[in-house]
Design a protein around this ligand. Structure first.
Ligand code: ADP
Ligand code: GN1
Ligand code: MG
Length: 380
């Protein structure tokens, strides 16, 4: 990154900034750590926002500011200590206008009038947040640890539950809309851009055969029987930070996809990721199956964290959410493979094929365990 100084100098930082170094392994944005030379100054996290995937950066950053300000206020009201490490803080720009696109910010609560939490340099969008010191994230959980993650994601949703409807918009329209995703798959099959439909025919048939039953929750949501709520919509365990010293939960990060959805998005995506004994892209499908102890412990924590607001129907549908989110991810990876790998970053040519097969395998295994999962949920 040659122009890092030009990017960083636009933000209202303190201290001498060092060259950014890669951080994390997300599939969408590019993330870097920016250390400062002075030990007493905060370090920062610099991110290039994937503008192809998040077309409305202004809305995206406004959402994030609303969410982080709201969480900070909640933590204050609870008398929490160490709020600096328990809520993300995005850095405002020094100037009120963006040299590239000349747009002015509607950001609320900043000390600089019109300051924004992103800049646009050479057509690329960047944002900066405070690096949370002495924190760590995990790529996997033990069953014991899953309780804490469930409780913490549940509490996160609870804190957002009184943000008025309509204030936080959809940063990606139709993001967790399964019918829309199935429509994208249909379009990918019809276009057959990469010439992969023939090879994938047996997989496509299996996936499409499950479509109707997987849309049950969406039908209920559309009929007003399943509440629409603000959800995180990317509840991988590596989107949480923990205290490096004692593993206490600090905060939920990666807030790009916080948007109106249902609780099934968050419960289900956690089961899809941390509740998988294999990897998301495991080539060895014998590794891929539901980790029942992780499911149980996460569910217990999640029900604890959401006890003030979860409806009976939401509770009943949680196991279904695990199946549905794994199914939706299968549909998304499959469509991307058929489209010639245009959405997810891939590390090798058949990466989206491996991802599709691993997610389909996990989906089928979760389906086999649905009754057992339902029994467990009802026993709590
Ligand atoms: P993405 O998944 O889109 O690449 P994330 O926002 O999840 O981006 O960040 C990637 C990783 O960087 C996280 O898993 C976490 O380990 C680390 N990270 C991100 N933001 C912070 C922060 N503010 N403080 C400390 N570590 C962070
Ligand atoms: C993407 O950025 P990352 O890796 O956390 C994707 C999620 C998928 C996930 C699959 C904006 O998340 O929806 O579940 O990859 N995010 C977006 O690993 O599409
Ligand atoms: Mg992330």
């Amino acid at each position: 990154m040659d122009n890092w100084k030009e990017i960083l100098e636009q933000f209202n930082t303190v201290g001498t900034l060092c060259e950014p170094k890669v951080l994390g392994n997300g599939l969408i944005n590019d993330t870097f750590i920016v250390r400062t030379a002075e030990p007493e100054c905060d370090d920062y996290v610099l991110q290039r926002i994937n503008n192809a995937i998040f077309p409305d950066v202004e809305l995206l950053q406004r959402n994030i500011e609303i969410v982080t300000d709201h969480i900070r206020a909640k933590l204050h009201a609870r008398g929490e200590k160490d709020i600096k490490r328990k809520a993300l803080q995005f850095i405002k720009t020094r100037d009120r206008s963006c040299g590239c696109c000349n747009s002015l910010s509607g950001a609320e609560g900043g000390n600089l009038p019109g300051a924004k939490t992103y800049v646009c340099v050479d057509g690329k969008y960047w944002r900066l947040s405070v690096f949370i010191e002495d924190s760590k994230s995990y790529e996997a959980v033990t069953p014991e640890f899953a309780y804490l993650t469930g409780k913490s994601f549940g509490d996160f949703e609870g804190m957002l539950s009184d943000i008025p409807a309509g204030k936080v918009g959809a940063s990606i329209v139709n993001f967790h809309n399964l019918k829309f995703r199935l429509g994208e798959l249909d379009a990918a099959i019809a276009a057959d851009t990469a010439g992969r439909v023939r090879e994938m025919k047996p997989v496509i048939d299996k996936v499409l055969a499950a479509a109707d039953k997987m849309c049950v929750a969406q039908n209920e949501q559309e009929a007003g029987k399943l509440p629409t709520r603000l959800a995180h919509c990317d509840t991988k365990v590596n989107n949480m930070l923990f205290d490096a010293k004692d593993d206490n939960f600090l905060c939920v990060i990666d807030l790009d996809t916080v948007m109106p959805s249902t609780v099934l998005s968050d419960f289900g995506d956690f089961i899809r990721t941390a509740g998988n004994c294999g990897a998301e892209d495991d080539k060895d499908l014998s590794n891929v199956h539901l980790n029942m102890p992780v499911f149980q412990s996460f569910a217990k924590g999640y029900l604890e964290g959401t006890k003030d607001f979860l409806t009976l129907r939401e509770k009943e549908l949680l196991p279904f959410g695990g199946a549905m989110m794994t199914y939706m991810q299968t549909v998304r990876f499959l469509a991307d493979y058929l489209n010639g790998d245009t959405y997810y970053k891939i590390k090798y040519p058949r990466h989206n094929y491996d991802r599709t097969m691993a997610q389909l395998t996990l989906f089928e295994d979760i389906e086999k365990h649905l009754q057992e999962m339902n029994n467990y949920i009802q026993s709590i």
